[in-house]
Ligand binder design. Structure first.
Ligand SMILES: [Zn+2]
Length: 79
């Protein structure tokens, strides 16, 4: 992915290392958080999840959402 922390996380999804300047890391943090968990359980994009995306990615929240989904599927079966 886009930084060293992301590379480590690809091999070890539980690494918990994030770079503050990397969009992919921010998406990964959301993918690991309760907002996405709740949205998945609800089967839809909850206002809180949408808010979390907008807080981090602003106008690019949809792109952020795509990255979050990628990380979430990457982690499937490993947790
Ligand atoms: Zn990163």
């Amino acid at each position: 992915m886009s930084c060293r922390q992301c590379e480590i996380a690809q091999r070890n999804p539980l690494s918990g290392l994030y770079s503050a300047t990397c969009d992919s890391c921010k998406a990964r943090a959301i993918a690991n958080g309760t907002d996405l968990y709740d949205a998945k359980r609800a089967g839809e994009m909850t206002p809180r999840y949408r808010e979390a995306l907008e807080k981090v990615f602003g106008d690019r929240w949809q792109k952020g959402h795509e990255m979050v989904k990628k990380w979430a599927s990457n982690q499937k079966g490993t947790t």
